[in-house]
Design a protein around this ligand. Structure first.
Ligand code: IMO
Ligand code: MG
Length: 418
């Protein structure tokens, strides 16, 4: 069984979990390696909707073990309630969830700092999910952060908490310390059974040739280094983050699959060259239920951007792509795909690094004819209308990569191999 990475390759919300779920029927491990509860991964099984934030979506398959790797930042309060909710809907976590000891901790302090920093940014807010992700990663990088394993060492934890508050120019009085350490102690009681050294577990599984799926969160255009900085998330989201975030070198992967929506969306601020503002955007938003799974915010909508898509395909060294939400484009007369950016007199084939330049680029479009038919029942390429096939072929040609999987609806079964 292979080791496969499933990565969001735009600005997140590409329906990664749906593809993980499609591929994961008999995989042994599903692993999250970066991000935190800023992710909102949705899977619909027999009409029932499950939303995951930190728990890998593989938990839906009873035989699958799920790992939260060292590169993830975990909000223990939110993880405890996520587990509780999933248990209430009948999911068994016993011997199935493993949290790496080295994972970072998101504290209520980080949520507060996230809100404060959004209000303070004079150059324009980022539009974060407000989950404390940026401040938590910043503290990890500054070596001031708290790790999950610290929760097992109460006096050490108290020292670290005091120093962390000092680092942020705050003092933690006795009552404050009591409150935060009691909350963490309660979370630890609930989580400690899941905390494990996951490094050896994944290496051993790989030696046995067990199936391992790595579930990306966010997307390459939100990568801290290669995305639309500063309008990005605070982790690296590229394939290489699997090595640092799960202790499993990306060199060991057998396949890297990039997930793209058939159009583009973005939630939060930042440049979006192919964004559309007319009725078409609203039609796609309603049709595709483009509202954030974590924050409920309406997502911004745009045409498929092959400039960015080729860039992210190269960054991740993709073997193939999955195209999701193709059904949402039914009933649109003309479909545009961005094939280049004009910036002044130049035509660019990759995005400029500066947000002011990316904001200024004029997309160059190729226009394709759409299709009228409802395609939600299609289960093969042959069952798609000719124009839908031509649209997928155009994406395939522009990215120079095979379309391997197509998704035509929310439900688990509305997916097929191309
Ligand atoms: P999934 O895994 C879409 C966006 C936020 C904001 C920026 C920074 O469901 O695809 P953060 O809270 O991470 O500091 O916010 O990143 N963002 C996402 N957008 N999908 C996500 O996750 C996202 N996680 C963060 O909207 O623009
Ligand atoms: Mg999401």
């Amino acid at each position: 069984m292979p080791a496969i990475a499933v990565l969001g390759c735009m600005w997140g919300d590409e329906a990664k979990a749906k593809i993980v779920d499609y591929l994961g029927t008999d995989t042994e491990f599903v692993v999250r390696f970066q991000g935190g509860s800023n992710a909102g991964h949705t899977i619909v099984v027999e009409g029932k909707k499950y939303v995951f934030h930190a728990v890998p979506s593989g938990i839906l398959y009873p035989g699958t073990k799920c790992v939260i790797g060292a590169g993830v930042v975990i909000d223990p309060i939110s993880l405890v309630s996520e587990i509780q909710e999933l248990e209430n809907s009948g999911i068994d976590f016993n011997q199935r969830l493993f949290i790496d000891e080295r994972a970072g901790v998101v504290l209520p302090l980080h949520r507060e700092l996230d809100t404060i920093s959004e209000g303070m940014l004079k150059s324009g807010k980022i539009g974060t999910t407000g989950r404390g992700i940026g401040p938590a990663y910043a503290d990890m990088t500054a070596r001031a952060g708290i790790r999950i394993i610290d929760l097992a060492h109460p006096s050490y934890l108290k020292r670290r908490l005091r120093e962390l508050y000092q680092y942020h120019g705050r003092s933690l009085d006795n009552a404050g310390m009591k409150e935060v350490s009691q909350t963490l102690a309660m979370c630890w009681e609930r989580l400690k059974g899941y905390v494990a050294p996951t490094f050896g577990m994944l290496q051993e599984a790989h030696k046995r040739d067990a199936g391992i799926l790595f579930e990306g969160a966010q997307g390459t255009m939100l990568d801290r280094s290669w995305g639309t900085y500063p309008y990005v998330t605070s982790s690296n989201t590229l394939v290489d983050a699997i090595g640092t975030g799960a202790g499993f070198s990306a060199r060991k992967l057998d396949e890297v699959l990039g997930v793209y929506k058939a159009y583009c969306t973005r939630v939060g601020e930042g440049p979006f060259p192919t964004e559309i503002h007319d009725e078409l955007a609203q039609k796609i938003r309603i049709q595709g239920n483009e509202f954030g799974a974590t924050t409920g915010r309406p997502r911004r909508i745009g045409h498929f951007d092959a400039v960015l898509a080729s860039y992210t395909a190269t960054l991740n060294c993709l073997d193939g792509i999955a195209v999701t939400l193709l059904d949402v484009l039914s009933g649109i007369e003309e479909l545009k795909i961005c094939v280049g950016y004009k910036l002044g007199k130049r035509v660019l084939s990759e995005p400029p690094a500066h947000p002011l330049d990316l904001q200024k680029v004029q997309p160059v479009y190729t226009v394709l004819s759409g299709w009228e038919e409802d395609i939600t029942q299609a289960r093969s390429m042959a069952a798609l209308p000719a124009n839908a096939r031509i649209y997928l072929e155009a994406i395939q040609d522009l990215l120079e990569l095979p379309v391997k999987i197509v998704s035509v609806g929310k439900q688990r079964h509305q997916t097929f191999n191309a």
